[in-house]
Design a protein around this ligand. Structure first.
Ligand code: NAG
Ligand code: NAG
Length: 295
């Protein structure tokens, strides 16, 4: 009775363990995947080796997502030298380490990774078992930058900036974006990268794209930037506008320079006043003495 119960629990456990092995490893059995995470524009070395055998006269092949040809080495021949079929995405960007071949090193170097390099890379020795010697999951995180030229035309327009109205001490600036998708975050910044308080943005939507107007009032001369950010596509673009106001000098009361100026000015004035009073008293006394004898 006791034995029977025990074997039942084991049989119940077995499928559970198998299930966990399958799902927890995240991949098919046998293939170990190395995850590498980097930022766009960084270089990377994808590691692969065939033990420590000399592979100078061997063949090895790097594929991306099982289909794109990344790199091929065949007894000294390469894609840019005797072999054809390399995916245009990798032309002139991928190199092997020739001086390391004798120690079985089939690693490749990828120059300046792009977001489109994201994917699974496998290093294959077609004449060996197992054929696949390395699998790399490459994750390239994008960085915020101006992608106006990379993206679909129109989906990330550049802002246009205008000085709508200006008086002696302030200017009303307008930033306008038309047909942006995904919806951008728009803001005004000064030349120190501080956010300039702006009005509520006016947002309209037409045919799935956004038109945005953001107005801000500025009270100082300087350069101002309207910045449009589309996080989802890592796109950021800005436009600058220069504002020159006829500011009065008194509109700038609390800078250190003018403070010390004031203090020195007042001190000098008090000093002069004291000297003047001193002189006045001295002469008054003299003239008092002079006339005193008469009275
Ligand atoms: C293969 O060569 C590269 C480049 O020199 C090096 O970074 C890497 O460590 C080498 N790998 C092995 C297993 O020796
Ligand atoms: C990477 O590519 C750039 C051109 O895009 C080139 O100037 C640079 O020398 C390359 N770096 C290496 C290590 O090959």
């Amino acid at each position: 009775m006791f034995l029977l119960q025990r074997s039942w629990t084991e049989m119940e456990l077995l499928p559970l363990v198998c299930f966990c092995l399958l799902t927890c490893s995240g991949t098919t059995f046998g293939d170990e995947v190395t995850k590498m995470i980097l930022k766009e524009n960084e270089d990377v070395i994808l590691p692969c080796s065939l033990d420590s055998t000399n592979i100078k006269s061997e063949t090895f092949d790097w594929k991306k997502d099982d289909q794109k040809e990344v790199f091929m080495y065949q007894n000294g021949k390469l894609y840019n030298n005797g072999l054809s079929g390399q995916d245009p995405q990798f032309k002139g960007r991928v190199f092997h380490f020739d001086d390391q071949l004798q120690s079985g090193n089939a690693s490749i170097f990828i120059n300046k990774t792009k977001v489109s390099d994201n994917g699974r890379y496998s290093c294959i020795f077609p004449h060996h078992q197992p054929r696949t010697r390395s699998i790399i999951e490459l994750i390239v995180d994008c960085i915020l930058k101006d992608r106006t030229k990379e993206n679909k035309p129109g989906s990330c327009p550049e802002p246009s900036v205008t000085n709508l109205h200006e008086t002696n001490d302030q200017a009303l600036l307008e930033c306008k974006l038309q047909g942006a998708f995904p919806k951008p975050k728009v803001q005004w910044l000064d030349s120190d990268n501080n956010t300039v308080p702006a009005e509520e943005p006016q947002v309209t939507e037409s045919r799935g794209a956004y038109n945005i107007i953001l107005n801000a009032i500025v009270k100082r001369s300087g350069d101002y930037y309207c910045v449009s950010t589309q996080e989802e596509i890592c796109h950021q673009v800005d436009r600058r506008i220069q504002v020159i106001l006829q500011e009065k000098t008194t509109a700038d009361p609390v800078t250190q320079g003018s403070n010390t100026g004031w203090i020195i000015g007042v001190a000098v004035l008090i000093g002069l006043l004291l000297v003047a009073v001193g002189f006045a008293c001295h002469f008054k006394r003299k003239s008092n003495i002079g006339t005193g004898s008469v009275v």
